[in-house]
Design a protein around this ligand. Structure first.
Ligand SMILES: [Zn+2]
Length: 255
């Protein structure tokens, strides 16, 4: 019996080491892993809401006692003001995505982009009664086809002046693909990428079509907790985490 127990313990220790080494090896570069191993942090972010799926996701976040960040569309804020209020009351971070999410309109010139973005900011402020912090997310991210380099560099310059930062992601749940993915695929995609990340900004969606995301958010949260992650909103980001994401090209991505 004793012998069996010893053998079992040895196997467990070896397995644990293997898992840790597998996760660490793929992420070792300029960032010293050991600096970050003390605190694994996950920043869940949801784009394209609010919608009826936002309420479902919010209930799960509350039940699991975790906080997340929502990049909202201004035109959706008009329709779901109450949901935005609920997000605010629950301590979630609400940030601008843009007002229309219409790529052809917002990426025509930097002026068009800022006009649209500022309308979204104002709409958030009207509901939450405070200015959103200086983080934004480009619809489609920095590398989308309709955001050309000239317009992007003008936007970057203005952001630099305003000390405003654009947030990309290093984990993506595949929930905004042309061919919609089922909950299990979204869950697996998220968790598989998470394994390698000491710090993660996770891109998920809470728009009208994202029922499958709402259906697997709890599983993602539970597994991330099992991995030892702490949940934070972007409002709570530390300087150390911020620097990590800049180095990793996740904040202010260079294209
Ligand atoms: Zn979007």
């Amino acid at each position: 019996m004793y012998k069996k127990l010893v053998i079992l313990t040895i196997i467990c220790v070896i397995m644990t080491r293997l898992v840790v080494v597998r996760c660490v090896e793929s992420d070792v570069d300029s960032v010293k892993y050991l600096d970050y191993i003390e605190e694994k942090v996950i920043y869940l972010t949801f784009d394209d809401g609010p919608s009826p799926n936002t309420n479902k996701i919010l209930n799960i976040l509350k039940e699991e006692d975790v906080k997340a960040t929502f990049f909202v569309i201004g035109n959706q804020v008009d329709i779901y003001k109450d949901t935005v209020k609920k997000l605010e009351e629950a301590g979630m971070c609400i940030l601008p995505h843009t007002n229309t999410h219409n790529y052809r309109k917002i990426y025509k010139t930097s002026k068009d982009y800022f006009e649209d973005l500022n309308i979204c900011r104002e709409k958030i402020k009207n509901v939450t009664l405070k200015d959103p912090v200086n983080f934004v997310r480009f619809p489609g991210g920095v590398n989308n086809e309709l955001l050309n380099n000239d317009v992007l560099s003008e936007i970057r310059e203005k952001f630099l002046d305003d000390k405003c930062y654009f947030i990309e992601w290093n984990v993506y749940g595949l929930d905004a693909e042309i061919n919609p993915k089922d909950s299990n695929t979204i869950y697996r995609a998220t968790i598989n990428q998470l394994c390698n990340m000491p710090k993660a900004i996770v891109l998920l969606h809470d728009g009208y079509g994202n029922v499958n995301t709402a259906n697997c958010v709890r599983d993602i949260i539970v597994q991330a907790k099992n991995f030892g992650y702490k949940f934070k909103t972007l409002e709570e980001i530390t300087e150390k985490d911020f620097d990590y994401f800049v180095k990793k090209n996740v904040i202010n991505k260079r294209g």
